[in-house]
Design a protein around this ligand. Structure first.
Ligand code: BG6
Length: 483
């Protein structure tokens, strides 16, 4: 235990959803498995008045409601590390209390899990009481900005008080075991890397599909939409990992340099490309298995004329030697048919066919499922038993949960441990984030300029039909359309 880093962690937004549903449960799990120093302290900050017991109970109930498995005795033990402080992030004086409490000789971490509008006052107030010292780190939750300009504003402001090495920009997808495994699959094996280029690959699909709707986050979501909420960050980060050149080490800047090059090589989107190659969708009411499902416009806090997209699909191209002319199809949406995140790599067709051809056959396809299952499937064709030469698709199927029985950490747990250990590899550097905003910006401006209405899709389907057309124009199909 003694060799584990000692820290004081401050969670701004201590009564919010992220802290109670994700961050405290992640820290609880780390505590239970002995991966954080038990002498460390966690300060949850909020405006409401809670005493220790009330906050511990409140956080416990929120976590249970979110489906976290908790042993109440362990939770009570863990809560001895957790302290609630009534602090208004805008009140300068409240930071004196914080400054008097933190041990400045050890690592101090400030996790900003608040409305981004509070990022500036929080940084300013932290600095006023000299809490931005050499041992301090700051964690910024997404959404970081609303567009390139606002992201730059926040980054410029934070940079006045913290150096880039002290800033941890979270993209929780990078903390997922399955996403890190993507790097392992690519760079730990000769097999895949040798085939990983335009020479052998004809297209790649990256999907993050959610079956749930916006739930109680309507107010936030309506100002955000799928492009800003998921594509600008999670999907583009996945794209980077799939497409980057092999880094020469796992050192933070080496990996981030390679990811940045992918973002910089993305073919800029013109207005025409946005109109033709970007699909904007919004779910509408329908009945699924006898249950009426609300459309987006019927959800809580959503104006009934909202044009916010709950779905986005697009075709991207990376202009470099490895990937020129290979389409990358990216999509994400809420209220889709299934909850899944997957990468589908379609290898090129064989150069000449000597077996009878069946149009329904699909092969040469690698599917890396990131969630909910963590699997790798390799589809190929094999001869069907019998006296003909008919082929049919078969697949090799690897399930990581069956293969490894050791505990898998949740994204936030791994990322929090990395902040504590001072490891930046799985965090987004400022230039990466700017490059991602720069690339999506023409979509935002075109939609606004043309007052682009989203295409409606029924809840419980795979999205608007125009998303299928985007691929069929190139003679391709989304993976689920083939199976
Ligand atoms: C968050 C988005 O970043 O990711 C949410 O704000 C989304 O809208 C969530 O639901 C999806 O994350 P996961 O880990 O559940 O796939």
């Amino acid at each position: 235990m003694n060799d584990l880093q000692l820290f004081d962690l401050v969670l701004f937004g201590g009564t919010g959803d992220l802290v109670t549903r994700k961050l405290l449960p992640a820290l609880y799990n780390a505590y239970s498995h002995g991966t954080i120093n038990h002498e460390a302290r966690i300060f949850a900050l909020g405006r409401k008045d809670y005493n220790h017991e009330e906050y511990a109970k409140f956080a416990y109930e929120k976590a249970i409601k979110a489906g976290v498995e908790i042993d109440i005795n362990k939770w009570d033990e863990f809560c001895k590390m957790v302290h609630y402080l009534t602090v208004d992030a805008n009140h300068e004086d409240d930071y004196i209390k914080l400054s008097n409490t933190l041990r400045k000789e050890i690592t101090n971490i400030y996790y900003l899990s608040t409305d981004p509008r509070l990022f500036k006052p929080i940084c300013q107030n932290i600095a006023k009481v000299n809490l931005n010292h050499n041992n301090s780190r700051i964690v910024l939750e997404k959404p970081l900005g609303h567009d390139l300009q606002t992201a730059n504003d926040i980054n410029d402001f934070v940079a006045k008080f913290f150096s880039e090495e002290q800033i941890y920009r979270i993209d929780h997808y990078l903390g997922k075991e399955s996403v890190q495994n993507l790097m392992a699959i690519r760079f730990g094996n000769t097999l895949f890397e040798a085939l990983w280029s335009r020479q052998w690959i004809s297209s790649i699909q990256i999907t993050i599909a959610e079956s749930l709707g916006v739930g109680s986050r309507g107010e936030f979501y309506d100002k955000t939409g799928a492009l800003r909420d998921m594509l600008q960050n999670h999907l583009l980060q996945l794209l980077c990992i799939v497409a980057m050149e092999p880094p020469f080490s796992l050192d933070a800047d080496t990996v981030r340099n390679e990811k940045l090059k992918v973002l910089q090589a993305l073919k800029p989107l013109t207005e025409d490309m946005v109109v033709n190659n970007v699909i904007r969708g919004q779910y509408k009411a329908c009945t699924v298995d006898g249950h009426n499902i609300n459309g987006y416009l019927e959800e809580e806090d959503i104006p009934n004329n909202s044009r916010t997209e709950t779905y986005v699909a697009l075709k991207a191209e990376i202009q470099n030697w490895r990937w020129a002319n290979v389409p990358f199809y990216l999509r994400t949406g809420k209220r889709l048919k299934e909850q899944t995140a997957e990468i589908v790599v379609q290898f090129k067709d064989i150069p000449c066919k000597i077996f009878p051809f069946n149009a329904n056959n699909f092969a040469n396809r690698l599917i890396i499922k990131l969630q909910p299952e963590e699997t790798v499937q390799l589809y190929f064709l094999a001869k069907q038993p019998g006296d003909t030469n008919d082929l049919r698709p078969v697949y090799l199927d690897l399930d990581f949960n069956k293969m490894f029985t050791t505990r898998r950490t949740e994204g936030y747990e791994r990322l929090l441990l990395d902040v504590i250990r001072g490891k930046l590899t799985l965090f987004v550097r400022r230039d990466e984030q700017e490059a991602a905003w720069k690339w999506v910006e023409p979509i935002l401006t075109t939609w606004e300029k043309l007052n682009f209405a989203p295409k409606l899709y029924s809840a419980g389907t795979w999205g608007p039909s125009s998303a299928s057309a985007l691929l069929s124009r190139a003679g391709e199909s989304w993976h689920e359309e083939l199976i």
